[in-house]
Design a protein around this ligand. Structure first.
Ligand SMILES: Cc1cc2nc3c(=O)[nH]c(=O)nc-3n(C[C@H](O)[C@H](O)[C@H](O)COP(=O)(O)OP(=O)(O)OC[C@H]3O[C@@H](n4cnc5c(N)ncnc54)[C@H](O)[C@@H]3O)c2cc1C
Length: 460
């Protein structure tokens, strides 16, 4: 099959061609920062939207719709005349030929670049136990969030049916939720499942009592939110306990199946003790693995990758031996920078600045300096923890700060207005506006996996 035409072929364009891989934080902010540069930018991404990952858990628990946290990239860039958006899954990068190969529905496109910016993010890591994914979906994209929404809300429906049949044990298993990983995503997810069951669904069923749901948050680490320090970890843990979440620390997951999860204690008197938690709905919020595109870059350039697949880049975010290639965000291993949005955003702006300086013949910055604006995690409505500079605080003020910052960074005026409206419904009232679930949300991934190589969607 003939590859699709390069959107900015050399003959047609005398301008410098920048190809950006990924429409997440790094890719989008790099592209936007090149708005006034004398370059042609081609942004290639496997989705048509820019995903605001920090609010995925609110899509999974019915507070927000997917459109609110994932506006169309094409719309976001419609006024940027020098930017072209191309839908495609990047399958190869040729550093020698300076081309990027992408695929969309069986059609291949080869795009040439003068400068390449790679910001393809990270996926979920099951620490070598990929079979766990079948029973404990992770939360990295819209598909994951909708699958989890279907799984969580569907479990209550199935529990009601089980109770109707007189199967009390089955109902209890369906009303048992386990979240693996006590980092920000796990804490937020456990807190939201607790609020969903204790507040939103409280009076909606006739045979089950959703407030009796068992919610367990597991982690092999000795504390909740380790990156936030001991005090904030304790604040978050206390709040979770108050909401009825069972926090089990020093507990490593050793096996997962359709109806439960096997856990081994890794510390304390019970060390080595194995036990089982009966639960149909499990959420995996532990571990990340950088995009496999990092491996492709490393093999060709000789750059090192760490255990999480992140590339050891030069201090100026370029690939060793390839000053024309910048790598950003969750894909880089540099100075222990965390995998957070600001690292990708600031990295994107930095890369764009270097490109502009190079083209203008001005000196470039030898190193990227990350400015840590702080981090925060919500536990429940009206309760969050925040770490800003030397300040560490938790409670309502932290939650208000979280609210304002997330509204500020959420992209698009429309999204901000509807998000605020949905937050009013959920935080001041008991409701959740996005409770639609479908069979396809829950079972599509399994069906696609079963099809295996036979699943080759393509245009006729
Ligand atoms: C559930 C969750 C909650 C989070 N909460 C917070 C938070 O509260 N605060 C915070 O600072 N950070 C948070 N993060 C982390 C933050 O979202 C990431 O650090 C940030 O998104 C990294 O930006 P990036 O550009 O490197 O990657 P991403 O934003 O992940 O973007 C990657 C892009 O590359 C595309 N892509 C991937 N592979 C390919 C391919 N082969 N071909 C084409 N396109 C490809 C993807 O579709 C996507 O558009 C959270 C992450 C998750 C998953």
């Amino acid at each position: 099959m003939q590859p699709v035409q390069d959107p900015h072929p050399t003959e047609a364009s005398a301008r410098h061609r920048v190809v950006v891989i990924g429409s997440g934080f790094g890719g989008l902010f790099a592209t936007r920062a090149l708005k006034r540069a004398d370059v042609d930018v081609t942004l290639i991404a496997r989705t048509t939207s820019h995903l605001f990952q920090p609010l995925l858990y609110q899509v999974a628990t019915g507070i927000l719709s997917e459109g609110e946290i994932a506006p169309a990239t094409r719309e976001l860039l419609r006024r940027q005349r020098n930017a072209t958006t191309v839908l495609g899954d990047v399958t190869d990068i040729d550093l020698k030929a300076r081309t990027v190969t992408s695929d969309s529905l069986g059609r291949t496109a080869v795009t040439s670049y003068d400068t390449l910016i790679v910001s393809a993010g990270a996926g979920q890591s099951y620490f070598g136990n990929d079979q766990f994914a079948r029973y404990a979906p992770g939360m990295k994209d819209i598909d994951d969030a909708l699958e989890l929404r279907g799984l969580i809300l569907g479990s209550f429906e199935q529990a009601e049916l089980a109770a109707l049949r007189g199967d009390r044990q089955g109902a209890a298993r369906l009303m048992s939720f386990v979240v693996v990983g006590a980092g920000p995503t796990g804490v937020e997810m456990a807190g939201q499942i607790a609020e969903l069951s204790r507040r939103t669904l409280k009076a909606d069923f006739r045979r089950i009592d959703p407030t009796m749901s068992q919610i367990t948050l597991l982690d092999a680490a000795p504390q909740v939110l380790p990156a936030f320090g001991e005090r904030l970890g304790e604040i978050a843990q206390r709040r979770l306990r108050k909401m009825g979440v069972q926090v089990q620390l020093g507990a490593k997951v050793v096996d997962i199946d359709a109806t439960g999860i096997e856990v081994e204690d890794v510390a304390g008197e019970q060390k080595g003790y194995r036990r089982r938690i009966e639960a149909v709905a499990k959420v995996w919020a532990a571990g990340v693995q950088a995009s496999p595109l990092g491996g492709i870059l490393a093999r060709q350039s000789g750059a090192e990758v760490d255990r999480s697949g992140r590339i050891k880049v030069n201090p100026d975010l370029t690939l060793p031996g390839h000053p024309e290639v910048f790598v950003l965000g969750d894909m880089i291993a540099l100075d222990n920078l965390p995998g957070v949005a600001q690292v990708a955003i600031q990295g994107g702006k930095f890369a764009a600045k270097q490109i502009k300086h190079r083209l203008a013949g001005r000196p470039t910055d030898p190193a990227f300096h990350y400015f840590d604006k702080g981090s925060m995690a919500t536990v429940s409505r009206f309760s969050a923890v925040a770490s800003v500079g030397r300040l560490r605080f938790g409670g309502f003020i932290a939650w208000l700060l979280w609210l304002v910052i997330h509204l500020f960074y959420l992209i698009g005026f429309k999204s901000r207005i509807t998000t605020l409206l949905h937050w009013l419904i959920s935080f001041l009232g008991r409701g959740r506006a996005e409770r639609v679930i479908t069979e396809q949300q829950v079972f599509a991934r399994e069906a696609i996996e079963r099809l295996g190589a036979a699943h080759q969607p393509h245009l006729p």
